[in-house]
Design a protein around this ligand. Structure first.
Ligand code: 8YV
Length: 327
């Protein structure tokens, strides 16, 4: 009998077809997010689940799904997984790193540029028919070339953004991270390690690329925003909850900082109503990894993790590999 797997949201038909060569595949035909209870119900009797980043896998779910052996996330971030509970329950977790690094770094840089150069505001202005004459400071923004790029969270995507800034735009790059990078990586990124306080004070453009956890919750709130330059740009492509969105909306309204670009939100897809009413913020619906080739590569990696583990015991990108040695 083939192992049974569940794909929790709609994904590429060719990836479903690939999985169907190895498993009995159940899918979420409606593509609506299931409630935890619905997810548990649909997981009964399944050995593997293909998750897309929004499905919470925690101790309660694991206790209710005793057949589950692997959860394969189609995302590099895995804050939807309670990894400790999964490891305790003997359930393997995998994510989808690397394949999205450059695409996501492209988007982070694009969002930085759109934000600093006020592109969304300018387009709304034009569409509203407000462009009636030239003015010396019309929608004037901040320079990117030659400015100081700050990066909070210097993993693969952070490094990709640093390289774009340093090599493409002559930016001075500073970063803060849980641990300092080795010298060769710092050199390749032309990046200098600074304290978080120094980063907040010195960055002209601050990009957040750190993982979400209890310790990064509201890493940027009112006290941190107050330390930034009034001319600064803040970009969040990491996770909702890293920024205190209510405090940010107030800081944007009061011009504590000049502008923000946000791809992720606390409680998304809901967006804090105050952010919708401030003009100096560019808002996008969590699309930093969204190019078709990259999303396909992410889906294939999640699928290959399911196949690798359930068929051969060798997943490609395990998050709790200690379970493999115990098998
Ligand atoms: C995903 C992401 O699209 O990989 C991540 O961590 O944030 C995005 O690339 C999102 O998690 C939904 O799958």
């Amino acid at each position: 009998m083939l192992p049974i797997i569940l794909i929790a949201r709609a994904i590429f038909p060719e990836v479903i077809a690939k999985l169907a060569q190895h498993f009995e595949v159940a899918t979420n035909q409606t593509d609506e997010s299931w409630t935890p209870a619905q997810l548990i119900q649909n997981l009964q009797g399944t050995q593997g689940v293909f998750t897309t980043g929004g499905e919470r896998i925690d101790a309660a779910l694991l206790a209710a799904c005793p057949d589950l052996k692997i959860c394969a996330n189609m995302a590099v971030g895995y804050n939807n997984f309670d990894l400790k509970a999964m490891t305790a329950a003997g359930v393997l977790a995998t994510n989808a790193p690397d394949v999205l690094t450059e695409t996501t770094a492209d988007f982070g840089f694009a969002l930085l540029m759109a934000t600093a150069r006020r592109m969304a505001e300018a387009e709304h202005f034009l569409r509203a028919g407000l462009w009636t004459s030239w003015r010396y400071d019309l929608l004037a923004g901040a320079d990117i070339h030659g400015s100081t790029l700050g990066i909070l969270g210097m993993g693969r995507i952070g490094q990709g953004i640093a390289k774009r800034g340093a090599h493409g735009f002559g930016m001075q790059v500073i970063y803060h991270n849980r641990s300092r990078l080795d010298l060769a990586t710092e050199r390749a990124c032309k990046a200098s390690y600074v304290s978080k306080e120094e980063l907040l004070k010195a960055a002209d453009h601050l990009v957040l690329v750190l993982p979400y956890s209890a310790s990064s919750h509201h890493a940027i709130g009112a006290p941190e925003l107050a330390q930034m330059k009034p001319t600064a740009t803040l970009v969040n492509i990491a996770r909702g909850g890293i920024v205190d969105d209510a405090a940010l909306a107030m800081a944007l309204r009061n011009k504590t900082i000049a502008a923000a670009g946000l791809d992720v939100f606390e409680g998304e897809p809901a967006v804090h109503p105050d952010l919708l009413t401030v003009p100096n913020v560019v808002l996008t619906p969590h699309i930093a990894s969204a190019t078709l080739p990259t999303r396909l590569a992410m889906a294939n990696l999640a699928a290959d993790n399911l196949i690798g583990f359930l068929k051969h015991g060798t997943p490609l990108t395990p998050l709790n590999p200690e379970l493999l040695t115990k098998r």
